[in-house]
Design a protein around this ligand. Structure first.
Ligand code: PHE
Length: 372
């Protein structure tokens, strides 16, 4: 018994004197390890008579408890000391400038789409979407361009080699107008004969075309309103209100010119007055004013009765207007870029220059309500 007690005292002293985690581990193996003397002593209890065991057990068990506790305490102390020492060694110089982490930014096209959604939400428009891979029925036929219609040739369409199970040609949509068709069909389905519609449809469109102002993929936003007693005046007011809110100026002047689109009748091309300032086009003022000119901005018109019909609406009861405008074009005019191709090059420097912080949004200073 004295043997156990004195061995335990020696072990506790050795543990207390250990100066490294390695030395401590060696001490643990010698005592509580599988072949350590404490473990072996505990095993001998099994072979003893009850009397012997009652006499021998307390010393062994208290030795084990004391050693285990001392090992834990010493381990914690050595680890804390190691950390303390590491912290002292590895000082951080808080006066050094922080390393700049690359920051993402919101692409001007996304920014402008958000602005447009915000403006049109104020006017009661919902956002609608449709597929970029379309069939020729939705992209052309239902928009009053049947298979032989010459206007199909006006769009430099990307076709896929396959056809749909119904035999329709598959293509990349050339405009956002097929979303008009999908929206009308969905509305007519829930409400046969028609129902009021007020949507914008922003998205990517594709045409085989490429120069400084054309890219094979670009963005449009479509607008569609269908209701009773809708006329050109509603179209003009809506476009004027939206452009004033978007460009954040009250002196937006529009010129409506007769035009042709198969899906609208009558059709109007909308021009906006602008002035050139330091080689940049600044929208505002009449195009007829000195130093000003007109710029073609968007296509629009009253929804063709045949389009209403193919969309499931009764043209005797419902009228509507539609417009389509280039989103990239709007971004260039508002934020002053001059080469459309740079929009889609993915050059970080361009994005750093023209991108928007997601946290520090330039909100539209006066919403539609303030100007309408
Ligand atoms: N879809 C036409 C285009 O891409 C624009 C447009 C839309 C014209 C709606 C009239 C009405 O050129």
């Amino acid at each position: 018994m004295t043997d156990i007690t004195s061995k335990a005292e020696a072990a506790l002293a050795a543990i207390g004197a250990a100066t490294s985690l390695d030395a401590l581990e060696a001490e643990r193996l010698e005592t509580l390890g599988k072949k350590g003397w404490v473990s072996l002593a505990l095993k001998t209890l099994g072979g003893m008579s009850p009397e012997e065991r009652t006499a021998a057990a307390p010393a062994i068990q208290s030795a084990r408890a004391a050693i285990a506790e001392a090992l834990d305490a010493k381990k914690a102390a050595l680890e804390a000391a190691a950390l303390e020492e590491q912290l002292a060694r590895e000082t951080v110089d808080l006066t050094l400038p922080a390393l700049a982490a690359p920051k993402g930014s919101v692409h001007p096209v996304s920014q402008v789409m958000d602005e447009l959604a915000e403006i049109f939400a104020d006017l009661g428009f919902a956002v609608a979407t449709g597929p970029e891979i379309e069939d020729d029925w939705h992209n052309f036929t239902a928009l009053n361009m049947d298979e032989t219609h010459p206007a199909r040739a006006m769009h430099d369409t990307f076709y896929f080699p396959d056809r749909t199970p119904e035999g329709r040609e598959i293509l990349l949509r050339t405009h956002t107008s097929p979303v008009q068709v999908r929206t009308m069909l969905a509305a007519a389905q829930t409400s046969p004969g028609g129902a009021p519609v007020r949507i914008i449809a922003p998205g990517r469109v594709y045409r085989s075309d490429s120069d400084a102002t054309h890219t094979p993929m670009f963005h449009q936003i479509e607008g569609l309103v269908i209701d009773r007693d809708i006329h050109l005046g509603h179209l003009k007011w809506t476009l004027e209100t939206f452009l004033k809110a978007f460009f954040e100026r009250d002196d937006i002047v529009l010129r409506l010119r007769p035009s042709y689109f198969p899906f609208t009748e009558p059709s109007v091309e909308v021009d906006v007055g602008y002035a050139s300032e330091n080689g940049r086009r600044v929208v505002g003022g009449s195009g007829d004013a000195p130093g000003h000119a007109w710029m073609e901005l968007l296509g629009s018109g009253m929804v063709n009765a045949r389009v209403l019909q193919m969309g499931g609406f009764d043209p005797g009861q419902w009228q509507g207007f539609a417009f389509g405008v280039g989103v990239d074009r709007l971004a260039m005019l508002k934020y002053g870029m001059n080469d459309l191709r740079a929009f889609f090059d993915g050059d970080g420097r361009w994005l750093t220059h023209y991108g928007f912080s997601p946290f520090d949004q330039p909100t539209l200073s006066a919403g539609v309500g303030a100007r309408a």
